[in-house]
Ligand binder design. Structure first.
Ligand code: C2E
Ligand code: CA
Ligand code: CA
Ligand code: CA
Length: 283
């Protein structure tokens, strides 16, 4: 038993060492990627539950290293730990605003949502910087009626649990500029339901973990039903994320979900493919 214990301890150590090396390597490469603007934006269309028409898209960050995609599930946490998420997040939002502005000026407004990490709000200073970016952007626009309402920020529940007061006023300021706030991954976090009634948010996204269990039994369906009806009662718009099958689609539609995102309709795609798609759809 002792010997076995020692072996597995060594194995564990080696694994940990390998993980630490990979993290350090990716962190260094992330830094380079940021300076070289080597990230790519992918767009996943979100459709109306009623009409199946594309209403907007979520921007999802993509990173290729030596010709291989590194999953955001791997690199976003590293960016968060190293603080790189702050400049990365800022870059993503700037890109989104530029695209929104361009489309809007061409008379084809498009609504986009971007993910925001809780790490981008950790200090008062970061919060100030966050708001400043939008102010600077608006100052650069010649039109004072530029619709910031075409931008949605997807935040997670963990943000609402932290530093309650500050965050509430930050969200209020963002919303007073027209920006929409969405609660992403709803139900997977700390989930104190009370904040939903008080927090200044516009919509929630039911996490794909719930959607993908819809066919697994009545208890799973009951959860989705409860989340949807609670959101409806609070007058929050609801998006179902990760819809892959007809049965999932039928179920969420019957539960008054407003919008659908998932492989059943569209996978995330490069920018050009997305714009080709929406221009076809508009014909
Ligand atoms: P998320 O915000 O929950 O994004 C939804 C994820 O679900 C995306 O994974 C999307 O590709 C995937 N998805 C959508 N529909 C389906 C479906 O029908 N089936 C399945 N199996 N998956 C579906 P992705 O692109 O790998 O992103 C993973 C996570 O990385 C995101 O989860 C988000 O938390 C984070 N992330 C991505 N881009 C950014 C970013 O620019 N900033 C920050 N802070 N986080 C980001
Ligand atoms: Ca999201
Ligand atoms: Ca999500
Ligand atoms: Ca997520």
């Amino acid at each position: 038993v002792k010997l076995k214990g020692r072996n597995s301890y060594q194995f564990f150590n080696k694994e940990m060492q390998k993980n630490a090396e990979r993290t350090a390597y990716l962190q260094m490469e992330l830094n380079k990627a940021l300076n070289e603007e080597a990230f790519e934006l992918y767009f996943q269309p979100i459709v109306s539950a009623k009409t199946s028409k594309i209403e907007k898209a979520e921007i999802l960050l993509r990173w290729q290293l030596n010709g291989e995609f590194i999953s955001p599930e791997e690199f976003i946490p590293i960016a968060e730990q190293s603080g790189l998420i702050v400049p990365i997040g800022k870059w993503v939002r700037q890109q989104a605003l530029m695209i929104i502005a361009e489309c809007w000026r061409q008379g084809e407004p498009i609504a986009l949502s971007v993910n925001v990490s809780t790490c981008e709000f950790l200090t008062d200073d970061l919060q100030k910087q966050f708001l400043q970016c939008f102010e600077e952007f608006m100052d650069q626009q010649t039109e004072s009626d530029f619709p910031l309402s075409l931008l949605t920020l997807e935040i997670t529940e963990s943000l609402m649990m932290d530093q309650h007061q500050n965050i509430e006023s930050l969200l209020n300021q963002l919303r007073s500029c027209g920006i929409k706030i969405s609660v992403d991954d709803f139900g997977t976090g700390y989930s104190s339901l009370s904040y939903l009634a008080n927090f200044p948010v516009d919509q929630i996204k039911i996490d794909k973990a719930f959607i993908q269990k819809i066919e697994q039994g009545p208890r799973h369906r009951a959860l989705v039903e409860a989340i949807a009806s609670m959101s409806n009662a609070l007058e929050l718009a609801v998006t179902a994320e990760g819809v892959e099958t007809q049965a999932q689609l039928d179920f969420v539609k019957n539960n008054k979900v407003d919008a659908i995102q998932g492989y059943f309709f569209y996978k995330p795609m490069p920018q050009q493919a997305f714009f080709d798609l929406i221009s076809q759809n508009n014909l």
